[in-house]
Design a binder for this molecule. Structure first.
Ligand code: ADE
Length: 256
C-alpha cells in the first residue's frame, strides 16, 4: 500500500506516522508514506497558496492551482509506474463519516491519495475536479486535515496484510463484529483490591468466550446504544426451546 499525503505540513504527517507499528511497516517496505508539500507546486512567486474568499468572510482559502498541480504530479507518478490512478480522499467535516467498513475497502487499494485542507478549506472547483471520496472523522471541526488523514492511515494500515504481527492481529475482531470490545486484564491477579474476574482464570474456553460476549454487549449498550440496537436486529436472540411434551394417547373411555 502506498499512501500519498498532500499537505502544507508534511513533517506533521511523517513525524506522526513514522513511529511504532506504522513506522515498522514503513521500514519493512509493507507500506510507503509520501508527504507532498503542496506549496512546492504554487506558481506564485511569493510561494503563496491561499487567498481571501469571494463573498466575504473571515479567513483564507487554499487556492485551486497548487492543489491541482500537486495532485496531478502524484497521479502522473503512479500511472507512470504502471498502476491505476489512485482514489483521492479529501479530509473534511463535510464528508462521509469514516468507519471500519470504509477502512477495509480502502485497505484493498494499491495507492491512496489524502488531500489535507487548512485555513478555511480549499477552493470548491479543484475539489470537484480531483476528489473521489470526501471523508470526515466525526462531527467536530479540527484546524486541518492532517490529523484526520493520520487517523485514517493508521486504521487502514493495520488492515494491510503483514502490518500487524500475529499477536497484534489477534485483537482485531473486537470492533469488526459491530460491538465494542470487552474489558481485558493482565498480571497481577489482584491490584488495588480489584480482582481479575474468576472466569478468566478458569481456563474454560467456552465460558471465557460467553463472558466476553456478555461484556461486549453490556459495554455497547452503555456507550453505543445505536450499535447495540443494530447488532440485536442482526443477531436476534434464539427463542428459548419449548420443553417437549410427551404424547399421551387418549384412553378409549375418554373418547365420546
Ligand atoms: N478537517 C477538519 N475537521 C475535520 C474532520 N472532523 N474530519 C475530517 N477532516 C477535517
Amino acid at each position: 500500500m502506498n499512501f500519498h499525503v498532500l499537505t502544507l505540513f508534511p513533517e506533521m504527517v511523517t513525524s506522526g506516522l513514522n513511529t511504532s507499528i506504522i513506522g515498522r511497516a514503513v521500514e519493512n517496505g509493507i507500506i510507503t508514506l509520501e508527504a507532498v508539500q503542496i506549496r512546492d507546486y504554487t506558481l506564485d512567486r511569493h510561494k503563496k497558496v491561499d487567498d481571501y474568499t469571494y463573498g466575504g468572510g473571515a479567513g483564507m482559502l487554499m487556492q485551486a492551482q497548487p492543489v491541482y498541480d500537486a495532485c496531478k504530479a502524484v497521479q502522473d507518478a503512479i500511472t507512470a509506474s504502471g498502476r491505476k490512478p489512485a482514489r483521492v480522499i479529501f479530509m473534511t467535516p463535510r464528508g462521509h463519516v469514516f468507519n471500519q467498513k470504509m477502512a477495509e475497502e480502502f485497505s484493498k487499494e494499491e495507492d491512496l491519495i489524502f488531500l489535507c485542507g487548512h485555513y478555511e478549506g480549499i477552493d470548491e472547483r479543484v475539489l470537484e475536479e480531483v476528489v473521489t471520496d470526501p471523508v470526515s472523522i466525526g462531527d467536530y471541526v479540527l484546524t486541518g486535515g492532517e490529523l484526520p488523514a493520520m487517523v485514517a492511515i493508521d486504521c487502514i494500515s493495520r488492515l494491510v496484510p503483514g502490518v500487524l504481527s500475529n499477536a497484534e492481529s489477534a485483537n482485531t475482531e473486537s470492533f469488526q463484529n459491530g460491538l465494542l470490545e470487552y474489558p481485558q486484564y493482565s498480571r497481577p491477579e489482584e491490584w488495588m483490591g480489584k480482582k481479575v474476574p474468576e472466569v478468566l482464570l478458569s481456563g474454560h474456553h467456552a465460558n471465557v468466550e460467553k463472558w466476553r460476549l456478555e461484556k461486549s454487549l453490556e459495554e455497547t449498550l452503555k456507550y453505543r446504544p445505536d450499535l447495540y440496537e443494530k447488532y440485536m436486529a442482526e443477531h436476534p436472540p434464539k427463542p428459548a426451546k419449548k420443553p417437549r411434551r410427551k404424547k399421551v394417547l387418549a384412553k378409549p373411555e375418554d373418547i365420546c
